[in-house]
Design a protein around this ligand. Structure first.
Ligand SMILES: Nc1ncnc2c1ncn2[C@@H]1O[C@H](COP(=O)(O)OP(=O)(O)OP(=O)(O)O)[C@@H](O)[C@H]1O
Length: 514
């Protein structure tokens, strides 16, 4: 009888060799048997990670809506016959699909990406190492994997990088941060905007390449409550909510920067600064259009360019002035009106009555480029227009008067203390230096400058809040023939909807009236 040979692992090889083979054999067998479980677990983990990422970046209102819809769907499914079983099977199926081995896309960075990461690591060595550190995180020929805890590339370009830094790095000093940010900006690829999030508690820095903000949103009636004004649109991650906007004939959600005015506002007045042609007038025009839905408006055109003349004679527009005499008369009236409202409101409050109706409609004072007029007033020995603006600035909040001032960045110092003290909603537009943005907002810009800055692009800061990127909606002078026709028509469309005569006419047409 022929004796069959024993399997290799049971042959007369050394005992330790056989032990190792047995262990490998058992591990391979277990992996084969448990493969579906491992795949599904990996898929579930990927689903959970995706959900966590979405949850931490989505605006709160969207999270609440999704939570509500999911809970309602689960409730309905639970009532259906076999509903929970079917949901379980679908979940496992999608987890198995997500968790499959993706052999085509090998884990880890490609050779070119590894070279890029190593280059960034080496460049950071002089900035993040201190003499005497026995185990430096950053050292020449060191391992970048210990320092870079997360990274992402898209089409060969770095789009996010999360790095650790030693606890002794002076991350509280703006200059030290700026040095690291400048270096990363250069190494990660110029031409894009980057945001840097410093986590001082955990000694982590996250760099994120930001996509440009959309520039296609034009003037329109925004879905806001009374007292809310949309200054522009920002990143989804830094907005608390989204609002529906019409863009090229379709409606989509966009995250707005909303400025609140009125008696409970902590930033009742606004100051916008920018370079020439950066879009300050456009922002003030956009504010004026929104103001007309609920209030009355005074417009002072200090530049005398006639860019507010389209507002003259519209319902709710009390005056549009550009000459010094007219401006002084208008601002004097505004100061008296503020005092009158203040007295009326205070008397009503003392008598325990609600504020009288003639104080409730907000009054808006839009002042574009006042410093030129101040110079003129001084030369002619007349009252300083900014001095007349002090009463609305000081008492406007209680009296329902909101002031929005626009000025060139170079004229910031000439604005006077009342504007700088009371106008706490701030916007800085155009290609300003970091120092100019800091002077305008009281805080540095939250991103590196973009290579191309479209008109209406900049930063906004409400009070002591965070600095946000902002893109002002395109709101040209409708009589400006150089502006896009669609944008001019959009402005005229908003004016029509805020005209009570047009609104009542269209309502009566809808009701079949003549
Ligand atoms: N958000 C925007 N979207 C599209 N175009 C804009 C936007 N903001 C401004 N523009 C365009 O840029 C040009 C300059 O805008 P604007 O007059 O508002 O700037 P400014 O800062 O007031 O400058 P100026 O000193 O020339 O008055 C205009 O042609 C305007 O239509």
């Amino acid at each position: 009888m022929v004796r069959r040979p024993l399997p290799g692992i049971l042959s007369n090889r050394p005992a330790w060799d056989r032990g190792r083979d047995l262990a490998r054999f058992a591990a391979e067998g277990a992996t084969d048997v448990l493969h579906p479980v491992i795949t599904i677990t990996r898929g579930l983990r990927r689903q959970a990670a995706w959900l966590h990422r979405w949850w931490s970046t989505a605006p709160r209102d969207r999270r609440n809506t999704t939570l509500f819809v999911s809970a309602a769907t689960l409730f309905v499914v639970a009532l259906l016959p076999y509903g929970p079983v079917l949901v379980g099977i679908s979940l496992m199926g999608s987890a198995a699909w997500l968790g499959r081995d993706r052999l085509q896309s090998p884990e880890g960075p490609s050779e070119a990406e590894r070279v890029r990461l190593r280059c960034i690591y080496e460049a950071l060595v002089p900035y993040l190492t201190a003499e005497g550190d026995p185990r430096p995180l950053y050292r020449h020929e060191g391992d970048w994997r210990h320092a870079f805890v997360g990274y992402e590339f898209a089409q060969g370009r770095l789009v996010s990088l999360r790095l650790r830094y030693p606890a002794y790095f002076t991350d509280g000093e703006p200059e030290a941060r700026a040095r690291v940010e400048q270096l990363l900006h250069a190494k990660a690829g110029r031409g894009r905007e980057y945001r840097f999030d410093w986590n001082e508690e955990e000694n982590h820095l996250t760099l994120t390449a930001l996509p440009p903000l959309p520039t296609a949103i034009a003037a329109q009636r925004f879905v806001t409550a009374p007292g809310e004004t949309v200054l522009g649109f920002t990143d989804a991650a830094s907005a608390r909510r989204t609002i529906p906007v019409r863009v090229d004939g379709t409606v989509r959600d966009a995250p707005p920067v909303v400025w609140r005015t009125g008696p409970r506002s902590t930033e009742p007045h606004l100051l916008a600064v920018g370079r020439a042609g950066s879009g300050v007038t456009t922002l003030l025009r956009s504010i004026a259009l929104q103001a007309l839905h609920h209030g009355d408006l005074l417009a002072v055109d200090g530049g005398g360019t006639g860019e507010y003349l389209f507002l003259s004679g519209r319902p709710g527009v009390l005056a549009v002035e550009s000459g010094l005499a007219g401006v002084l008369a208008t601002l004097e009236w505004a100061a008296h009106e503020t005092e009158r409202r203040l007295i009326a409101v205070s008397r009503a409050r003392q008598a325990g009555r609600p504020a009288p109706p003639d104080t409730r409609r907000p009054l808006w004072i839009i002042v574009d480029r006042p410093t030129g007029l101040c110079q003129l007033a001084e030369a002619e020995g007349r009252t300083d227009p900014l001095r007349l603006l002090e009463v609305p600035l000081r008492h406007g909040r209680a009296a329902g008067v909101a002031v929005a001032v626009g000025e060139q960045a170079e004229g910031l110092d000439a604005l006077g203390s009342a504007v700088l003290r009371h106008a706490n909603a701030r916007v800085a537009l155009g290609a300003l230096t970091a120092a100019q943005v800091r002077a305008a907002l009281g805080a540095p810009p939250c991103t590196t400058p973009a290579a191309h800055i479209p008109a209406g692009r900049g930063y906004a800061r409400l009070g002591d809040g965070p600095v946000q990127r902002v893109q002002v909606p395109a709101t040209p002078d409708p009589y400006d023939e150089d502006a896009a026709d669609a944008h001019r028509q959009a402005v005229l469309g908003v004016l029509r909807t805020s005209d009570p005569r047009t609104v009542s006419l269209s309502k009566s047409r809808e009701n079949g009236g003549s």
